[in-house]
Write a protein of this length. Sequence first.
Length: 110
Amino acid sequence: MKGSQLTVYAANQSHRKDHMTVVEWILDETRRSGIQGATVIDVTQGIDSHGRYHAARFFELVDQPVGVTVAAEDDKIDALLGRLRDGGVRLFYTRCPIEYEVIGGEGEAQ
């Protein structure tokens, strides 16, 4: 299958939207867009879209940068981007064309 891989970067885990963390909100919007899979990647360090440095600290992880990656058909990625834009949260993302498929038999151990 052909589609896009979208990675959305959240500056830190403490930001909130609609009583959820921004990451939870992104995952919820991903599901609402008909995308059936997402991977959340905790990042140790990063610089946000304002040029501010963020890092995971030993005792406090709320400033830890996070990336959410999804792969789906282009129309579903377009729908997700529309939902995220309408949400009013400042986010940075990358989008790349990809080929993908699910391999293995139905019902196999995951």
